[in-house]
Design a protein around this ligand. Structure first.
Ligand code: UDX
Length: 456
C-alpha cells in the first residue's frame, strides 16, 4: 500500500468565504487520505489555524487592509487585484518552502490563476480547483465568442435574454455569469474568464460537484481538457464520511463566528415550517429592501430565520426587529449546514452561491432562487429548471407583496410541497452518487504517481 503521508500538498485558497470553505474542505479530505497539508494564504481574511491543528499554515502579504469589505460592487475587482499584487510575495514563500521539503502538488483556485505560472516556473506539479459548478465554468468557454459576435454586454432589455445559448442549454442568455453588467465590467469579466481558461494545470482539474448533478457539463469539459477532470463533491458531504470525521473533529471553515442560538430556536419549531433566509458572504440588501423583506415575511405568516451580516447595515431597522419578534429570528451569521440539516427548515431563500446551493440540495431543502451576480445565475437555473427543486425568483422585485407571494408559494403551496418531496428524493440520490463515485481515489492516485515518478 502507498503511504500518502510522505507526500505534501500546498493548497492556496483565495481570501473569500465561498472559496476558502471548499478549499479547506478539500484539504481535509486529502488529509484523511494521508497527505500532509500546507495552507498558503493571504493575511487578509486568513483562516483560523486552530480549526485545523494537523495542517501547517503560512501567510503572505497581499496589501489588502483589514478593514476592506468584499461586496457585490467590488467582487469583480478583487480577483484582478490578487492576480496582480500577489505574484512576488507568493513566489518568495514557495521558494522558501521547496528548499525545505519536496512538494507533490500545488492545488490552487481558478480565481487566483497567476499561481499556475508561478508554480510552473518553480517546476511544481499543479491541480486547478474550480470552486463554482462545472456548468458555470463551461460557460466561460462561450464568453469570448459571444463578445466577438456582439451579444455582450447583455442587459435586461436585450431581446435575446430569454433565448437559450446554443451549446449551453438549458442556460438562457440571462443565466450567463455576466448578465446585467456594464460595458467595462463585462470586459473585465470576459478578460478574467479568458485568463482563467489559459491556465494549464499539469495534473488535472478538480470540481466541487458530482456526476449525478452535472454529467453533461462534466463530459463536455473532459473533451476540452488534456488532463484529468475530477468531480469530488459535494465536499461537505465527503467530509462527513466517518474516516474524515474521526481525523478532523473540529474543522470549521467559517471566517466568522457562528451563532448557535438559532439551533435552540429551531428545536422549538414545527417540522418544515421555517424559511431560512441568507445571501451568503457577499450579496446584501439595502435598508429599504430589508424593510420590504420584513413586511413580506410578516405578511406571509411563515416562520423565518434570517441572516443579516452586521457589516451590511448600520443598525437593524425597527420594522425588521418587529417582524422578527412576531415570527422569526435574526442572527449575524449562521452555522448554515446545521441549519439546513435541521428538521424545522422547509425552505431556503438564497442568492444561490454554489456552496449554499450544494448544501441545500444535500439536505433536501428546496430553494427560493434569487441570484445576484456571477455563477449564482447559472446555479439558480440548475436548481429551478434542471433539478426542479427551487422557485425561480430572479425577476422578483424586493417589494412586500411580491415577497409575501413568493414565500407563500415556497412554504405553503402545492407546488412548494411537491418541490420539497423532489428535494428529499434528490438528497437520497446524491448520497448514492457519492458512494458510487471513484474520482477521489483517482485523484489521490494521480498525485502519488506523479510524485513517485518525479523522484525516480
Ligand atoms: C461566493 C460567490 O458569491 C458564489 O456565487 C460562489 O459560488 C462562491 O463564492 P458566497 O456569496 O459567500 O460565495 O456564497 P456561497 O457559495 O453560498 O458560500 C457561502 C458559504 O458561507 C456557505 O458555505 C455557507 O454555509 C456559509 N455561510 C453563509 C455560513 O456558514 N453562515 C451564514 O450565515 C451564511
Amino acid at each position: 500500500m502507498i503511504m500518502a503521508s510522505k507526500y505534501r500538498l500546498i493548497v492556496i485558497p483565495p481570501p473569500l468565504q465561498g472559496h476558502m470553505t471548499p478549499m479547506l474542505q478539500l484539504a481535509t479530505i486529502l488529509h484523511s487520505k494521508g497527505f500532509s497539508i500546507t495552507v498558503v494564504h493571504t493575511k487578509f481574511n486568513s483562516p483560523d489555524p486552530t480549526n485545523h491543528p494537523d495542517f501547517t499554515f503560512v501567510s503572505f502579504h497581499d496589501g489588502l487592509s483589514d478593514s476592506y469589505t468584499v461586496s457585490s460592487k467590488n467582487f469583480i475587482h478583487i480577483s484582478s487585484y490578487l492576480n496582480t499584487n500577489c505574484v512576488t510575495p507568493l513566489k518568495e514563500i514557495l521558494v522558501r518552502i521547496i528548499k525545505e521539503e519536496k512538494i507533490s502538488c500545488v492545488i490552487y483556485d481558478g480565481l487566483m490563476h497567476f499561481i499556475d505560472s508561478v508554480a510552473r516556473e518553480l517546476n511544481l506539479p499543479t491541480m486547478l480547483f474550480r470552486t463554482t459548478c462545472a456548468t458555470n465554468y463551461l460557460s466561460y468557454h462561450w464568453l469570448p465568442t459571444l463578445q466577438r459576435n456582439g451579444y455582450l454586454p447583455l442587459q435586461d432589455s436585450s431581446c435575446v435574454c430569454m433565448e437559450m445559448v446554443e451549446g449551453l442549454e438549458p442556460l438562457r442568455f440571462k443565466d450567463l455569469p455576466i448578465f446585467n453588467l456594464g460595458e467595462s465590467e463585462t470586459d473585465i469579466m470576459v478578460k478574467q474568464a479568458t485568463e482563467s481558461l489559459s491556465v494549464k494545470p499539469s495534473l488535472g482539474v478538480i470540481f466541487n460537484t458530482i456526476e449525478f448533478l452535472e454529467s453533461s457539463s462534466l463530459q463536455k469539459l473532459r473533451n476540452l481538457y488534456k488532463v484529468g477532470v475530477f468531480p469530488i463533491g459535494p465536499l461537505h458531504m465527503c467530509m462527513t464520511s466517518s474516516e474524515t470525521q474521526e481525523k478532523n473533529n473540529n474543522c470549521s471553515t467559517s471566517l466568522v463566528k457562528e451563532d448557535y442560538s438559532c439551533i435552540t430556536w429551531l428545536n422549538e419549531q414545527e417540522p418544515r415550517s421555517v424559511l431560512y433566509v441568507s445571501l451568503g458572504s457577499i450579496a446584501s440588501w439595502e435598508e429599504k429592501e430589508l424593510i420590504e423583506v420584513a413586511y413580506g415575511l410578516a405578511n406571509s405568516e411563515q416562520k423565518f430565520l434570517w441572516v443579516i451580516r452586521p457589516e451590511t447595515i448600520k443598525s437593524i431597522p425597527e420594522e425588521v426587529k418587529s417582524a422578527a419578534r412576531e415570527k422569526g429570528k435574526i442572527i449575524k451569521w449562521a452555522p448554515q449546514k446545521e441549519v439546513l440539516a435541521h428538521r424545522a427548515v422547509g425552505g431556503f431563500w438564497s442568492h444561490c452561491g454554489w456552496n449554499s446551493t450544494l448544501e441545500s440540495v444535500c439536505f433536501g431543502v428546496p430553494m427560493m432562487c434569487q441570484p445576484y451576480f456571477g455563477d449564482q445565475r447559472v446555479n439558480a437555473r440548475l436548481v429551478s429548471d434542471v433539478w426542479k427543486v427551487g422557485i425561480e425568483c430572479s425577476e422578483m422585485r424586493i417589494r412586500k407583496d411580491e415577497v409575501e407571494g413568493a414565500v407563500r408559494r415556497m412554504m405553503v403551496s402545492e407546488e412548494g410541497k411537491l418541490m420539497r418531496e423532489r428535494a428529499v428524493l434528490m438528497k437520497d440520490k446524491i448520497r448514492v452518487g457519492i458512494r458510487d463515485e471513484d474520482a477521489l481515489n483517482k485523484l489521490v492516485h494521480t498525485i502519488i504517481m506523479s510524485s513517485s515518478n518525479s523522484s525516480t
